[in-house]
Design a protein around this ligand. Structure first.
Ligand SMILES: [Zn+2]
Length: 496
């Protein structure tokens, strides 16, 4: 059997970094950030420094100590050596959730990334619209470079953009990584593009689930994967167990039905918060809006994601409206003014370019469109809209002044201290605007405990490794079915 090293995802939810090595070659399944570990040390304004290359991440044990996988600029900048060839043959990304992908930023650009089209588009959105300083997923910006000044003597600082080596996978089309023949298997999860993997070499067949569920908009994908995996007769299954201790599921259909009932009862604005990259949920609330004579209004960021996915199952811009928030000078309506030649002039009478300057280049595309609205529209015709409003957008309520409306929480419940603190803040905002908070509009991205165990029995591997779980003991029952349950142990690597 090939050798497995787990650098994350062991007794924790997320942080998957699993190295598979044969005698000839090796690759990673995912290269994600361990949230819980990161949150132990970090907060919004206490972040690792780029100035230290990979070393802050290594000191906090967020990155494993491994030779030959990290980017040259980060290594050489702090006096570490760089190997000419990558020490591994590739990274197979299961999906673009941060806990599976975000540490790719630190990997060298000649280490090939294999991922689906959907995962690629989500990474593009993260890279182009995100504010994190560690989001070079598709294009690396080589840092700590000097170039001669154009005029005069001496050098100036610069960054050099370099594209990563990217391979877009197609469902069940084989490709080669070292001596492994790989197939990507699309599965249902809470964002587009999620894949499981089948990897075969002379040692046997290895299957990795990534994150999956059977109750989203496309359960047939996960069922197809289970069938293919069963037929492949795997030696080893690496299986997620996020909800191994949970029974039952709320489905997207349940959410739709329940939300429609609620929306019918409120004459005012319906405010909803769901995860920005969960396009299944966007689809659900788009349907709720259509069935209740309203329109769904989303943020500029979600408009950008939706735009990338045009031509697929998701609604077009126009079917969904885009909210223009106040930024910078906030000249979105005739209620604001700027001083010109010592005279205060209404925004309406100013060159639109002046107000557009408050927005980033990618955002400007979505301003001044027929489908773009602002707080005044929501204030005047609250009964016409469902407004997606995330935590950082709560301030918009000050302008919108909603009356007789409702807030639907379509997110996971808090699972750490920071989330609990933020939840209290949400409640305060909602009290301030007399918006009742209703829960129960969330569907998990993960299969229930019973479904996970049934899936493993059906695939019937010789051995299973529970990962991405805090309940590995629950897998032990599978031994009664003759499936060996192996608990992974955390490796740290040994870079010197
Ligand atoms: Zn996930």
């Amino acid at each position: 059997m090939s050798n497995l090293s787990f650098y994350g995802g062991v007794d924790e939810i997320g942080g998957n970094k699993i190295q598979v090595s044969s005698r000839e070659s090796s690759f990673f399944f995912d290269f994600g950030l361990a949230f819980s570990r990161a949150n132990t040390y970090l907060s919004e304004f206490l972040q690792p420094r780029k100035a230290n290359g990979i070393l802050d991440f290594v000191a906090l044990e967020l990155l494993p100590c491994l030779k030959g996988i990290y980017r040259e600029d980060y290594l050489r900048h702090v006096g570490l050596s760089h190997t000419r060839e990558p020490a591994v043959d590739g990274v197979l990304i299961s999906h673009s959730h941060v806990d599976h992908v975000s540490l790719v930023h630190h990997l060298r650009e000649d280490l090939p990334l294999h991922l689906s089209q959907g995962s690629y588009l989500i990474l593009r959105a993260l890279e182009e619209t995100g504010s994190s300083s560690f989001s070079e997923y598709l294009q690396l910006k080589k840092s700590f470079q000097l170039q001669p000044k154009k005029r005069g003597e001496g050098y100036t600082r610069r960054t050099i953009p370099v594209d990563r080596e990217i391979n877009l996978t197609r469902p069940y089309q084989e490709f080669q990584v070292g001596d492994f023949t790989i197939q990507a298997a699309p599965v249902d999860h809470s964002l587009p593009g999620a894949s499981a993997y089948l990897a075969e070499n002379d040692d046997g067949m290895l299957v990795y689930t990534g994150d999956l569920r059977f109750h989203g908009q496309h359960p047939e994908l996960t069922h197809q994967f289970v069938e293919k995996a069963r037929k492949a007769q795997p030696t080893t299954l690496i299986c997620e167990g996020t909800r191994i201790n949970s029974t039952g599921n709320t489905s997207e259909e349940d959410i739709q039905r329940k939300a429609q009932e609620v929306v019918d009862h409120y004459p005012g604005l319906v405010v909803v918060n769901y995860p920005v990259r969960d396009l299944d949920r966007l689809l659900t609330f788009h349907r709720v809006a259509c069935n209740t004579d309203r329109q769904l209004v989303v943020s500029l960021k979600q408009a950008y994601i939706l735009d990338l996915f045009q031509g697929s199952d998701y609604p077009e811009l126009g079917e969904v409206l885009v909210y223009q928030p106040k930024k910078g000078w906030g000249m979105v309506s005739e209620e604001s003014y700027a001083c010109r030649d010592e005279e205060w002039v209404c925004a309406r009478d100013l060159d639109p370019e002046i107000s557009q300057r408050d927005y980033q280049t990618w955002e400007r595309e979505y301003l001044d469109q027929d489908y773009t609205i602002n707080y005044q529209d929501l204030q005047e015709y609250p009964e016409d809209y469902i407004f997606r409003c995330d935590f950082f957008e709560l301030k918009e309520l000050i302008d919108i002044k909603p009356e007789r409306g409702v807030y639907l929480k379509s997110m996971t419940e808090p699972f750490d201290e920071q989330m609990e603190v933020n939840e209290e803040k949400v409640k305060s905002w909602l009290r301030l605007f007399n918006l009742p908070l209703l829960r129960g509009f969330h569907a998990s991205g993960h299969a229930s405990g019973g479904e996970i165990l049934d899936m493993i029995r059906r695939i019937n591997p010789e051995e299973v490794y529970p990962i991405h779980t805090e309940g590995k003991e629950q897998f032990k029952v599978l031994e009664e079915d003759g499936i060996k349950v192996k608990y992974p142990t955390l490796s740290k690597g040994g870079l010197s």
